[in-house]
Design a protein. Structure first.
Lengths: 293, 85
């Protein structure tokens, strides 16, 4: 069954070495190191590469050879975005620039005073551009599954000082119920990645990039339950030092609209928007498992 | 509010919000299984309880709520406490 198993690759030691190199030599030389690491994964991590290959070949229609090149390119840009995220959030000197499409939508969201939900996906590098959202004068709470690699999370939190972004872990003790509720009442934003699910989560099957894929229902049902504005947010790397942020128009549940209808409308819009963005930035798809049924 | 009214109100919003058959509800039935709750759905449950009864459910209280009967008891106790305080 296509589902994510809740753990990401990498070790705290690996992150430490990369950050050390970055601090000593700068961002661009570190990219060179990352290309070797990407090549290592390309050669020796077939368990994830085969899924990337199928994504490029079967779902985007690239030829066999080009799909192989794309697999390497995908690892390489993924590594760069991880580094960029840390550099930006930790305040390490950098020269990144940004285009920001739809900032007015997020300003409008905050001005309503009810908080809001940002739905994103494991594409591009939303968190890096999300750091810029501090100018919205509210806090962003990123909802994550608890069994993401705890050591890496702790390391990144120490490095970034936990500024601007607060992590709410989905735990068995259900503490996230209270935290999400509280955050929205304080007019804060909740960001959830709405493309992955874990065993036991409710899913909905949608046509997505020439196949049927399952999407989690939970993030959409959450937005419908709270009746707060929703925006789809994505950020993609367009060049070595430039990102493009997208924040969609707000979706809101109408007074007469049932929870189910709104959930369904949102999910369909999200899948359509995600597909459009993927076609614009095909190399920045970072789901290394069998996404399709 | 009388206990019967509380039970009726709870069953009403559970049927509506979670789209279950009223016949599936019985006091001893497992709440999580019957409603098909996953970890994010508990937020939904907390929201509907708050909007219907006007109090927040503490996350640790969910640990004690495993059947419909325990949910009825919990809400009845909380609403009674609210009235007397």
């Amino acid at each position: 069954m296509p589902q994510w198993h809740g753990k990401s690759e990498g070790t705290p030691l690996g992150y430490s070495i990369i950050i050390f190199v970055c601090k000593q030599f700068g961002v661009l030389p570190t990219y060179v190191l990352l290309r070797f690491i990407a090549f290592y994964y390309f050669l020796f991590s077939w368990s994830s590469s085969r899924h990337s290959y199928r994504y490029f070949h079967d779902h985007l229609g690239f030829g066999a050879f080009r799909s192989l090149l794309k697999v390497y390119r995908n690892y390489s840009i993924f590594a760069e975005t991880l580094l960029d995220k840390i550099v930006i959030m930790a305040g390490i000197e950098n020269k990144f620039s940004y285009d920001f499409d739809g900032e007015e939508n997020l300003v409008s969201m905050i001005s309503q005073g009810r908080g809001g939900i940002l739905l994103s996906a494991h594409v591009g590098n939303w968190e890096a551009a999300g750091h810029l959202l501090h100018r919205l004068n509210t806090r962003i709470n990123v909802v994550m599954y608890d069994n993401e690699h705890q050591q890496i999370k702790d390391y990144l939190e120490r490095l970034t000082g936990g500024r601007n972004l607060n992590i709410i872990a989905i735990k068995d003790d259900l503490s996230h119920v209270y935290q999400i509720n509280e955050a929205l009442q304080k007019n804060e934003l909740i960001c959830i990645h709405a493309d992955r699910f874990m065993d036991g989560n409710k899913t909905v099957s949608k046509t997505f990039l020439r196949g049927q894929a399952k999407f989690p229902e939970g993030p959409f049902a959450l937005a419908a339950a709270f009746q707060v504005p929703v925006s789809f947010v994505f950020a993609f790397k367009e060049s070595t030092k430039h990102y493009h942020f997208f924040g969609s128009s707000l979706l809101q549940r109408g007074n007469e609209e049932s929870k189910r209808d709104f959930t369904s409308r949102m999910l369909s819009s999200f899948v359509q928007e995600l597909e459009e963005k993927i076609k614009m930035y095909p190399d920045q798809w970072f789901n290394y498992y069998n996404f399709w049924e | 509010m009388e206990k019967e009214n509380v039970v009726e109100k709870i069953n009403g919003f559970l049927v509506e919000e979670f789209e279950i058959d009223p016949g599936d509800i019985s006091p001893t039935a497992n709440l999580r299984d019957t409603l098909g709750l996953d970890s994010l759905d508990y937020i939904d449950l907390a929201v509907v309880i708050e909007s219907n009864f006007g109090f927040k459910v503490k996350h640790e209280d969910f640990a004690t709520i495993d059947t419909f009967q325990s949910l009825y008891e919990y809400i009845f106790q909380r609403t009674s406490a609210k009235v007397t305080s």
